[in-house]
Design a protein around this ligand. Structure first.
Ligand code: WT7
Length: 653
């Protein structure tokens, strides 16, 4: 973000107070900040009391930086907290999920009692397949109820799940299964994408052939399309459906691993972020209840994130279920069956809380006001945003056109690593500025620091750090303690460095400024430049590649790749077919989300005299801004050569 847009943001003077009615009945009031500041661990212990523990904890927090134990000695079962206790409290008939398939008429309503029965059966099935507490299970599914059922079944028996987003390729699956040493893969024949069945199982077949740790593949029949069948494959309906629908759960330690979720870092290899049980569930449950002002008896909540991302874990599955909320679960894309599909879903289920990403909001802005205006959205009362900074224009549009000017917007900053929301307004308390996540939640402490780790004070910009442990914090990177220490805890001693820049404005309101490292944020999804570069150089025609994230009106950032070709490839007449081939190659190596929007074939890459690629300069070129300082460049003419080639580059997906 440039300095000018930065100062424009921080001089944002509009403020929107909480609606009076909402404030009067809000779950959380301003007292929470004071109370939590006085006694942080007492505050979190109180929130942990929202859960049902089989054995109470001995200590709230044991902090041996960078390792935290939350609620040590406590024992609980996460799936019991999401299901059994609600059914026992008489809420068995409450709808847990209104599932909406991509095909127009596809619907499935699942009550808490039904979900408990399904999870119990799946838990028996996993046990029958030899899955034990402590094992890892890979889940590669579309947005169907079985995704949540599979996650909860793992939690129920103390196995950790590793959900891999269905848009990732076979290679990405191989890397994740191998790193986690997963015993079982749960997948489906396919899913629906824009009206047509799209296969998932072939990628699993390819992966399983290379992953000896996998003993079985459990396959949900979703589309009915043809699938190849191997010796390790079992149909979900053959194995799960006949199992007993009751299951006696065992309680596990508060620090029992709950899941691994792989995310991109600054090097090529994705990191397996480890989350555990008691602290994680405490913070996702509390934040889901507090930040959305959830009234579980009456609200209908919809988080549009896929379960393949952390938002889907924390705010489609664990948070809402721990709070006995009623949620919508939607399988498809925003334009499946018409560009007003989302608004028809809000209307049909009278959704009252909507949680989505700026990239989606900006897409809807482009599609025009008529579509949402053509639907009854009057049920909405709280709107959430997550994944990247939301620009004030999109914030205002969200508020006016979707929220009818009545609904507070909660812009929530957090990460795969933080597990749960960290920085966000409280809808009944905070007077919001459009585009800002406002400040840390009660119980959370942030500090914006300069290069040397010194706090910047009440106003000023720098690096966003978290200087106190929090219950849902990552407990490590799977199998890589050194990388855990190096990545998060070494830049500023004793504090977690998030990788984001941030700035306090003159009202001590916090503005998130995007990543300061080589990680791009495409439509709210993290992709590392190195990962895409490695994919590109693994193509036989590519000699060198440099990838940058360039500002994009819709997706926040777009991937722009600069490549130099091998002598052999240069000698041939390359052109468009090669560019297409390169983009397909990246899709195969990582997944379609990592396809560069633009590839520039350059004669050379701009480098410093020490041989470091000058990314800043490439971003300037990609965004077609005036060029930054080129005096440190080994060969300054390279830049103008690249600029000339830009005109000829292929654009669009
Ligand atoms: C990165 C984390 C949290 C779930 C989705 C992404 C960016 C996230 C915001 C926000 C500004 C945001 C940050 C962060 N980010 N939410 N409200 N305002 N930036 O999870 O893939 O782990 O990415 O997303 O840059 O570091 P993730």
């Amino acid at each position: 973000m440039s300095e000018t847009s930065l100062s424009a943001l921080s001089s944002e003077s509009r403020r929107f107070d909480p609606p009076a009615g909402l404030a009067a009945a809000a779950n959380v009031t301003a007292d929470a900040y004071k109370h939590a500041a006085e006694d942080r661990s007492g505050f979190w212990a109180e929130q942990a009391g929202r859960l049902t523990w089989e054995r109470p904890w001995d200590t709230v927090l044991d902090w041996q930086p960078p390792f935290a134990t939350w609620f040590g000695g406590g024992r609980l079962n996460v799936s019991v907290n999401c299901l059994d206790r609600h059914v026992e409290a008489g809420l068995g008939d409450r709808v847990a999920y209104h599932w909406v398939g991509e095909p127009q008429e596809d619907r499935r309503t699942i009550t808490y009692a039904e979900l408990l029965a399904e999870v119990s059966k799946a838990a028996h099935a996993l046990t029958e397949l030899g899955v034990e507490a402590g094992d890892r299970v890979c889940i590669y599914l579309p947005m169907i109820p079985e995704a949540a059922i599979a996650m909860l079944a793992c939690a129920r028996i103390g196995a950790a799940h590793s959900v891999v987003f269905g848009g990732f390729s076979a290679q990405a699956l191989i890397d994740r299964i191998t790193d986690a040493d997963a015993k079982l893969v749960i997948t489906s024949d396919g899913g629906y994408r824009r009206g047509a069945p799209s296969a998932l199982k072939p990628a699993v077949d390819e992966a399983v052939a290379q992953c000896p740790s996998v003993q079985n593949v459990l396959v949900v029949r979703r589309t009915g399309q043809d699938v190849a069948w191997g010796a390790k494959d079992l149909w979900w309906h053959d194995l799960v459906d006949h199992q007993p629908s009751t299951h006696s759960p065992e309680a596990f330690d508060a620090e029992q691993p709950l899941f691994l979720l792989y995310t991109s870092g600054t090097t090529g290899k994705p990191k397996g972020i480890l989350h555990t049980s008691g602290g994680y569930l405490t913070q996702v449950a509390w934040t889901h209840w507090a930040v959305f002002d959830l009234k579980p008896e009456t609200d209908v909540y919809w988080c549009t994130a896929d379960v393949g991302w952390v938002t889907g874990h924390s705010y489609t599955v664990y948070g809402p279920l721990a709070n006995a909320a009623t949620s919508v679960l939607y399988e498809g894309t925003p334009d499946a069956g018409g560009k007003d599909r989302w608004w028809s879903i809000v209307e049909e289920f009278k959704v009252s809380i909507l949680y989505t990403a700026p990239t989606a909001i900006r897409t809807f802005m482009k599609w025009g006001d008529e579509l949402p205006r053509g639907r009854d959205l009057s049920s909405l009362r709280v709107l959430g945003s997550v994944g990247e900074p939301i620009n004030p224009e999109a914030w205002m549009w969200y508020r006016e056109v979707i929220g009818g000017g009545r609904c507070p917007i909660v812009d929530t900053w957090w990460q795969t690593e933080t597990g749960a929301m960290m920085i966000a307004p409280l809808p009944g308390v905070t007077s919001c500025k459009p585009g800002s996540a406002m400040g840390p939640l009660p119980g959370i402490s942030v500090d914006v620091v300069d290069h040397d780790g010194h706090g910047v004070g009440e106003t000023g910009g720098g690096y966003l750090t978290l200087d106190e442990p929090w219950p849902a914090m990552l407990r490590g990177i799977w199998n890589d303690e050194q990388r855990f220490r190096d990545t998060y805890w070494s830049k500023f001693a004793g504090r977690y460095f998030a990788g984001d820049g941030a700035k306090w404005d003159e009202n001590h309101v916090l503005w998130l400024l995007g990543r300061v490292d080589d990680v791009m944020n495409i439509s709210g999804h993290r992709i590392s430049t190195t990962e895409v570069e490695s994919a590109l150089v693994s193509h036989p025609s590519v000699a060198e590649a440099a990838v940058v994230g360039a500002a994009d009106d819709t997706t926040g950032q777009a991937i722009v790749a600069f490549v130099t070709l091998t002598a052999a490839a240069t000698a041939q007449d390359v052109g468009e077919p090669l560019l297409k081939d390169l983009r397909d190659h990246v899709a195969k190596e990582i997944g379609p989300i990592a396809k560069p929007k633009q590839i520039v074939i350059a004669p050379e890459l701009p480098k410093t005299r020490s041989g470091k690629i000058m990314r800043r300069l490439l971003v300037d070129i990609a965004e077609r801004r005036e060029l930054g300082d080129v005096t440190t460049l080994a060969d300054p003419t390279v830049v103008s050569a690249i600029n000339d080639t830009m005109g000829a580059a292929v654009d669009g997906r």
